[in-house]
Design a binder for this molecule. Structure first.
Ligand SMILES: Nc1nc2c(ncn2[C@@H]2O[C@H](COP(=O)(O)OP(=O)(O)OP(=O)(O)O)[C@@H](O)[C@H]2O)c(=O)[nH]1
Ligand SMILES: [Mg+2]
Length: 292
């Protein structure tokens, strides 16, 4: 069989996590409209007869302003080594500028074949697609370059085939029923974080971290108790996340519970608390405690 590793790299918000989910055919990574959503290297596994591809979704590479930012960039860079193929993802619906140029330069020094994928073509017309493809072509010596839409699925099969061609003969690395390397606690925490970011949007998304303390079967049948703490960085953010008479936190809880019930395949009782961890993004000890 063929098996191997493929890393997805790009600026924040270009659609890396959406693409990972599309490639493996399941939601394994959270997605939000806010840049710098992904904070871990997340593996998603595509299983086909005689084929296994282990994809890594990475944090978007950006100009760091905090210790967390530095760590995220390091994680993304590290994922470039020991893979069989790299997908350089660009947002075709936006301006292709300095951030992409910086990444292209970084990728020039990588020995691995790099496929450039121009994403979000569902929102641009054909006449804009061509100049965007040409612009990406100028940026580097890509093995291939494909226009795709991770949301509509356009050309995701073509991209999968191109990646498959780069996979060597090898053993399966993950059992057939495993689609991601994340623990259940991590997936649950990420779902809660996704809903918190989605509800908060501009105000505090980057200040939020989620720690799951408990996932246990409840007293009555088919109920799982999930307890989690939602951390913010500043006292003033607590009130924002909780909202007037708890409305914002309730909204986050309702949305999270809905998705957790699918993930855990049964009813969920979600206990969410908001806690303060002062300036955690800049504090190495706190980062570690929060799982970063
Ligand atoms: N129209 C359109 N939107 C897309 C497409 N792919 C992703 N998006 C949107 O782009 C936004 C960012 O998507 P993500 O998958 O979270 O992007 P990311 O690159 O993982 O972002 P970071 O984790 O922050 O680096 C979300 O609002 C997605 O719905 C696409 O093919 N078409
Ligand atoms: Mg992401």
């Amino acid at each position: 069989m063929r098996s191997g590793f493929c890393s997805i790299i790009g600026r924040p918000n270009v659609g890396k996590s959406t693409l990972l989910n599309a490639l493996v055919g399941q939601k394994v990574a959270i997605i939000t409209p806010v840049p710098q959503t992904t904070r871990h290297v997340i593996r998603g596994v595509l299983h086909r007869p005689d084929l296994q591809i282990v994809f890594t979704d990475t944090p978007g590479i950006h100009k760091p302003r905090t210790l967390l930012g530095n760590r995220l960039n390091d994680l993304a860079r590290a994922s470039l080594s020991s893979v069989d193929c790299v997908v350089f993802l660009v947002d075709g619906s936006g301006h292709i500028g300095r951030g992409d140029e910086f990444l292209a330069r970084l990728l020039r020094d990588v020995d691995t074949p790099v496929i450039a994928a121009v994403n979000k073509v569902d929102v641009i017309g054909r006449e804009r697609q061509l100049p965007q493809l040409a612009r990406v072509q100028e940026l580097g010596g890509w093995t291939e370059i494909v226009p795709i839409s991770a949301v509509s699925g356009e050309n995701v099969d073509v991209l999968t085939d191109l990646i498959t061609e780069r996979m060597p003969e090898g053993p399966p690395y993950f059992p057939e029923d495993q689609v991601t390397d994340q623990s259940l606690e991590q997936r649950v925490a990420e779902v809660i974080r996704e809903k918190a970011i989605t509800v908060m949007r501009e105000e505090v998304p980057h200040s939020i971290a989620v720690v799951v303390d408990e996932i246990t079967p409840g007293m009555s049948e088919n109920v799982t108790i999930v307890s989690a703490r939602l951390f913010v960085e500043r006292e003033s953010q607590k009130g924002i996340v909780i909202g007037h008479s708890g409305a914002v936190l309730r909204d986050i809880g309702v949305r999270a519970r809905e998705e957790l019930e699918q993930l855990l395949d049964g009813r969920v009782f979600l206990d969410l608390r908001v806690k303060l961890s002062k300036e955690w993004q800049r504090d190495p000890k706190k980062l570690q405690r929060l799982g970063y």
